[in-house]
Design a protein around this ligand. Structure first.
Ligand code: NAP
Length: 441
């Protein structure tokens, strides 16, 4: 008999749950439907009665994870600790977020943990960290009273837990594991980062509950430092799988190809919520070659701003500089960058070496779901690639000395604006692999 499942929340926006559940059901031969129901608070009680009759099971999301408890006949033990439900089956509430987080295998035992946020996801991560015998756990959230309440409630279950609150401005950089349980950095506000990059410096592992974009700025910063990092996508997938297991205890889920499903999910996410991968770096660092190879590998568009400017003006960049001056070139660059960022498709954008030296351009990229990738290259390598610099207007004249001077001026700027730094002295395929790895794509 056909089964019917759903998700209730408000507002629901672009939820991935229907996609994930339908894929799991399809692959595991469960004959069923899964619909998202956006239920405003004044209709919750009425809708609950009809869902209980009509649906074989449903998921619950923000803002009803706690309120739903009053409509249920009971919960499992884990849910009582979390005080929140995300799955309902036969009138009973379950919380599968903990299962999802556990499945991500974040190393917690004896680690000092920094937990960002003090809401529902933070509570799940906190209890998991305690179950895994983490060391000191520092909670950082904007509202100190919310964090203190979480600490007080946790002490009821774990009286000896080593817990403390720390304000964002006071954070050090000696945490082994950093867990983000705030929405900062979530699409479309991808420019957000919950803590400064420096906080990650001593870490061995970073976990971000955010699953959209595929790699948040926090995850990219960690990967730039070569710290292992994971986004919340696996957690999302495994909490959904666990819900399906609760609803369909007779089904054999071992037939599910988890890796293929996760790959499809990443791809779906990437195409539905487009991000822009914006390459920066010194002249000759390979932005055009790497950019076009990366776009080809990801099957998305590639835009080279310098090529667009040359085509529009029907002049080389040297000619534009000589005949019209640098300000005209920079204005065109801004225009084309703005246009490239407007269109709603995922793409790779190669910028000229000076484009992201301008903070306004950086701001523009960040506001439009753009991530800045710095292709770091050695100056000697650049000099051998650039040759006599005939087509590089800023190098005309004393090429070598001028290049070294410009390189030294620009390098710190590239480093400070970059969301991820790729070592770009090696083969193109290697650089592409680094960037794909950073985004998990
Ligand atoms: P929540 O209960 O609303 O808690 C959010 C926490 O983040 C609160 O402590 C809040 O406290 C803090 N916060 C909110 N906005 C902030 C901002 N702009 N800057 C800094 N802190 C902020 O939400 P939740 O259910 O815990 O979810 C948190 C995040 O985890 C969401 O992005 C959600 O999508 C994600 N999540 C992912 C999964 C998964 O399967 N991957 C599962 C659950 C949740 P203050 O307002 O005081 O700062």
């Amino acid at each position: 008999m056909k089964k019917h499942y759903g998700l209730i929340g408000h507002p629901l926006g672009h939820t991935l749950s229907p996609y994930i559940h339908r894929q799991i059901m399809k692959e595991c031969h469960i004959d069923g439907t899964y619909q998202a129901y956006d239920v405003p608070p004044d209709l919750l009680e009425k809708k609950m009665l009809s869902f209980a009759k009509r649906l074989d099971g449903f998921n619950v999301t923000i803002p009803y994870k706690e309120t739903i408890l009053m409509y249920l006949q009971g919960t499992d033990q884990e849910t009582q600790i979390y005080g929140a439900v995300n799955t309902v089956c036969s009138g009973r509430g379950y919380n599968t977020d903990a299962f999802g987080f556990r499945a991500c295998r974040v190393p917690l035992e004896r680690r000092s943990v920094l937990l960002l946020g003090a809401g529902g996801a933070a509570r799940v991560m906190l209890y998991e960290a305690l179950c895994e015998k983490a060391g000191r756990i520092t909670i950082c959230s904007r509202r100190v009273e919310q964090a203190n309440q979480l600490i007080a409630e946790t002490r009821q279950y774990y009286p000896d837990a080593d817990l403390c609150f720390c304000a964002k401005e006071e954070l050090g950089h000696d945490y082994d594991v950093v867990l983000n349980a705030t929405p900062t950095g979530m699409w479309p506000h991808c420019d957000g980062i919950p803590v400064s990059k420096e906080v990650l410096l001593g870490a061995e592992y970073v976990f971000d509950a955010i699953y959209n974009p595929p790699a948040s700025r926090l995850v990219l910063a960690a990967r730039s430092y070569r710290i292992k990092a994971q986004s919340g996508l696996s957690m999302l997938f495994f909490q959904a799988l666990e819900a399906q297991k609760i609803w369909n205890p007779e089904t054999d889920f071992t037939q599910l190809s988890v890796l293929i499903q996760q790959y499809k999910l990443k791809r779906k996410l990437f195409m539905t919520f487009p991000i822009k991968i914006v390459l920066t770096g010194f002249m000759g660092c390979g932005k055009t070659t790497v950019g076009s190879a990366l776009a080809k590998a990801l099957r998305i568009d590639f835009i080279d701003l310098d090529v667009q400017i040359i085509e529009k003006k029907q002049k080389s960049i040297v000619q534009i500089f000589e005949e019209e001056g640098e300000p005209v070139f920079r204005r065109l660059e801004r225009e084309f960058l703005t246009e490239a960022l407007q269109e709603g498709k995922a793409k790779v954008i190669a910028t000229g070496g000076g484009a992201l030296i301008d903070p306004e351009n950086v701001e523009l990229v960040r506001k439009k779901q753009g991530f800045i990738i710095f292709l770091a290259t050695d100056i000697e390598n650049i000099l051998s690639r650039v040759g006599d610099a005939a087509d590089r207007p800023l190098l005309k004249g004393a090429a070598r000395e001028r290049a070294i001077e410009l390189y030294e001026q620009r390098m710190p700027v590239y480093q400070s604006v970059a969301d991820f730094t790729a070592e770009a002295d090696g083969p193109v395929s290697d650089v592409v692999a680094q960037i794909r790895g950073a985004f998990d794509l």
